[in-house]
Design a protein around this ligand. Structure first.
Ligand code: NAI
Length: 272
């Protein structure tokens, strides 16, 4: 490996961080950020091509996995441990979004949304927790592992003009926040579990949402995005790196006493 002794030591000793939905968007940014800090990162995604591209970029292990399948979540953890010996941080980030008016939603839409966002988070969390409970802490007095769930401010409160066309998304993210609380109680003090609630992040997910809102409402492309950004008190849209900064804090020893929390990182959007 190229680089200084410090970089080499970090690559050998850094915490082992697995991230689902890491082929693109927020997950990919999280993977880059943790890697840049010396973590040993494992990237996972249902999309095998983007998963391989992320693994290639970061020169690390990629495990293609669908989070709605328990066996595939277990394989992600097993391959992580086979490569790096342990699992310090699991980030359950994989998620989907769909815009559809409530009266047009059918059971299949509902099942798919809650299947990926809630069941997928649960299965990944469960597989990670089984490993973490079986391993010693990285250092005396520290938790044996940390789990971060990707929720959303949409799971806590309004979501602006699109709120009425994402009832299943909002319900799914509210469930993720609740899951973080149950898991935190179950696994304390061995494992901390917290949920991250981003606001409005510039990723493909938002691009698709904007396209679908345009089709539903007959408004100009980009209007929904611009209106939401204009409502952000911090005066700009959020980048995936903003989310990564919070994730790195929650994964760090500085947050060892925090568990069961759901934390907004939204530029103040939920207050506005
Ligand atoms: P994205 O659509 O850009 O990326 C999501 C990734 O998850 C994709 O790579 C996709 O292939 C993967 N994925 C989808 N279904 C999967 C499955 N069954 N198994 C494994 N991987 C699967 O979305 P983005 O924006 O990066 O979102 C990441 C997370 O952040 C999601 O949970 C989302 O709900 C949440 N979030 C996003 C916000 C935004 O404004 N973009 C705001 C709040 C929360």
């Amino acid at each position: 490996m190229q680089g200084s002794g410090a970089m080499t030591r970090a690559a050998i000793d850094g915490p082992v961080v697995a991230i689902t939905g890491a082929g693109q968007g927020i997950g990919r940014a999280l993977a880059r950020a943790f890697r840049a800090q010396g973590a040993r990162v494992v990237v996972s995604d249902i999309d095998a091509a983007s998963c391989a591209a992320a693994a290639d970029e970061l020169q690390t292990l990629g495990v293609a996995a669908d989070v709605t399948h328990a066996r595939q979540c277990a394989t992600l953890v097993e391959r992580t441990v086979a490569s790096f010996g342990r699992l310090d941080v699991m980030i359950c980030n994989a998620g989907i979004m769909q815009l559809k008016p409530l009266l047009e939603l059918d059971g299949a839409d509902w099942d798919r949304m809650l299947g990926v966002n809630v069941k997928g988070s649960f299965l990944t969390l469960q597989a990670a927790a089984r490993q973490m409970l079986a391993q010693p802490p990285r250092a005396e007095g520290r938790p044996r592992g940390k789990i971060l769930l990707m929720a959303s401010i949409a799971g806590r409160s309004g979501a602006g003009p699109i709120a009425s066309v994402i009832p299943h998304y909002r319900a799914s993210k509210a469930a993720v926040i609740s899951l973080a609380q149950s898991a935190a109680i179950t696994f304390a003090p061995q494992i901390t579990v917290n949920a991250i609630c981003p606001g409005l992040v510039e990723t493909d997910m938002w691009q698709r949402m904007d396209r679908d809102w345009t089709a539903l409402q007959g408004v100009p492309r980009g209007q929904a995005w611009q209106q939401r950004v204009a409502a952000v008190p911090m005066g700009r849209a959020q980048t995936p790196d903003d989310v990564a900064d919070l994730a790195m804090f929650l994964a760090s020893p500085a947050a060892d006493y925090m568990t069961g929390q759901s934390i907004n990182i939204d530029g103040g959007l939920m207050m506005s």
